[in-house]
Write a protein that binds this ligand. Structure first.
Ligand SMILES: O=C(c1ccc(-c2ccco2)nc1O)N(Cc1ccccn1)C1CC1
Length: 382
């Protein structure tokens, strides 16, 4: 496959400008670079090979690949009501879908015209613009009891200006009722590890896995926000979106999740943009709500509730060498009835691991980083 340098990459060149002679009769030339400069050695080498191609110079493939322009991008992440989930615009075969970017799963699936019209009413539905992967199917079940299934196409997918030319697009033939009723949401774009993609007979790559080699840096970063739009950045870190430093911790990929260890929170934890709340062990939950006078566990609601007017304490956690504070305000998730509100911190007992979902992530700038030999997570205060 031929690797082509972008025109921009080849435009960069140094121009020499002669300076005025020092004095009548004397003559000197100051060589001044006219502002352009090579950002990388490979780019400089590629330019030289291109310059001398007419003399027979042949550019080695490794130089061409290394010099190929690397991309970055950023996309808005808009909250649904009560920050239930955050949706991003994604172009698939030229149609824009609003998808839930989910670092807790690894399937990119969309509503499709293959579903009964009643099941997809109010949603943007995929009309098979791509090439069908004959015989391929998918079927996923989520921890909240929801699920979806269907067949598979290959199509062009663009997120924040970053393009995957041949992305597996999983078209639904059936989805569970909670997806049908959430008419803002046209599907999910998974960003956990491709090892848990559900496509059969051959697993498919996530969007990030498909584009990461073309990014300036193999990473994406989540800046979800409280009751307002945030962003996902691809290929770069935006230092204007956090304070202090980013503190990194190793990730265990054995279960396919962005799994890490948080101090003072027993068991494994995962960073999951697709989960609304913050799920931690009973002992941590009980300790937190002990400071909320009106709080109690309400089995009918399935979690801790409290008076909506009560001011809540912040929650601070140490992760690696850094600490993150979630403002108490963020932990008042939503009213459940009258003036009773549901807590954003709930128990992870029974799940099998802790889930650092949106209640936590919206207080941070979180970097999902594959720039090193093994993946890592970076957390900074948002
Ligand atoms: O909903 C999921 C979830 C996501 C993907 C998959 C899966 C199976 C096969 C491929 O992906 N299975 C899940 O269950 N949560 C959040 C969760 C789990 C349990 C209770 C509540 N919330 C995964 C990220 C942790």
């Amino acid at each position: 496959m031929a690797h082509y340098l972008s025109a921009a990459a080849l435009v960069a060149s140094a121009a020499l400008t002669a300076a005025a002679p020092a004095a009548k009769g004397d003559f000197s030339i100051d060589q001044v670079s006219k502002g352009s400069f090579y950002k990388s050695g490979p780019l400089a080498m590629a330019k030289t090979y291109s310059k001398y191609a007419k003399h027979g110079a042949v550019m080695p493939e490794n130089v061409s690949i290394a010099a190929t322009a690397a991309s970055t991008g950023s996309v808005s992440a808009s909250p649904e009501s009560y920050d239930e989930s955050y949706l991003i615009p994604v172009s698939i075969g030229g149609t824009t879908f609003h998808l839930d970017l989910d670092t807790g799963s690894s399937d990119l699936w969309v509503f499709s015209t293959q579903q009964p019209a009643s099941q997809r009413s109010g949603h943007t539905a995929y009309k098979q613009t791509g090439t069908k992967k004959s015989g391929y199917t998918w079927n996923i079940s989520y921890g909240d009891g929801s699920g979806a299934k269907g067949d598979v196409y290959v199509d062009k997918v663009v997120v924040g200006g970053v393009t995957a030319t041949s992305q597996a697009v999983e078209a639904a033939t059936s989805v569970s009722s909670s997806f049908t009723s959430d008419t803002d949401n046209d599907g999910l774009i998974g960003a956990a590890f491709s090892s848990i993609n559900t496509v059969s007979p051959q697993q498919q790559l996530t969007f990030f896995d498909n584009v990461k080699n073309s990014l300036s840096q193999k990473l994406f970063a989540a800046r979800l926000r409280y009751h307002t739009a945030g962003t996902y950045d691809y290929g770069y870190i935006d230092s204007s979106k956090y304070s202090g430093s980013i503190h990194y911790v190793p990730v265990n990929t054995a279960n396919g999740f962005w799994e890490f260890t948080a101090s003072g929170v027993s068991g494994s934890s995962i960073a999951d943009t697709g989960t609304t709340l913050l799920y931690i062990p009973d002992s941590n939950v009980d300790a937190y709500y002990a400071n909320v006078d009106s709080a109690s566990y309400d089995s009918s609601q399935g979690g801790y509730t409290f008076d909506c007017d009560e001011s809540l304490p912040d929650w601070t956690v140490t992760i690696g060498s850094g600490s993150i504070t979630v403002p108490g305000e963020y932990i008042n998730f939503a009213p459940v009835s009258g003036n009773t509100c549901f807590g954003g911190i709930q128990s992870s007992d029974g799940i099998g691991f802790n889930i650092f979902g949106d209640i936590f992530l919206k207080a941070t700038y979180t970097v999902f980083d594959q720039t090193q030999s093994s993946p890592r997570l970076g957390f900074a205060q948002g």
